[in-house]
Design a binder for this molecule. Sequence first.
Ligand code: FNR
Length: 185
Amino acid sequence: QAFSVAVLVGSLRKGSFNLKLAKALVALAPDNLACEFVQIGDLPLYDPDLEGDAVPSSWTRFRESIAKTSAVLFVTPEYNRSIPGGLKNALDVGSRPMGKSVWDGKPAAVATGSPGGIGGFGANHILRQSLVFLNVPAMQQPEAYIGGIADLFDADGNIAKPDTKTFLSKFMTAFGAWVALHAKQ
Ligand code: FNR
């Protein structure tokens, strides 16, 4: 059985290193994962007043995209030692209306990347803080803090460092096992 995986990228820019990382992870995914990118850049900021008659169509599109998948892969840069606002907004949009969270019980993995040496550690764990509350079982090991990400890819977007490629492959294999263990659909 192949499980569907929604891939959420925290960076919105076209040349994003984290988007490249996400594409590399998808390419390394085991056969039991079918990955699909879900966009977060068009979601209006979460405002409870818009629930009811004024729900933005992009919120509905996003909620339905997540609701129908078995699992979620988060790949994000760190902004000011936290996650980018757009990704937090996507978490918020998916978490409401109260009692209808699309995240509940959905297994996930978190990978963070940065040109710096800390590899987005702060963003990785702040994201995990929200995932605890949202009842998302997030794979604990292996952890993926990818530093030096600006030097990781060749001109074609392939991973230029064999050791990192091996590690990312192990990460996705572990995620495949994690999803098989925890997925409810
Ligand atoms: C950054 N960057 C950054 N990097 C980091 O390691 N820790 C941080 O706290 C921050 N803070 C930060 C804030 C803002 C607003 C921006 C725009 C950037 C640098 C960041 O890692 C770098 O720009 C990456 O290239 C962004 O990821 P993408 O867009 O390449 O995926």
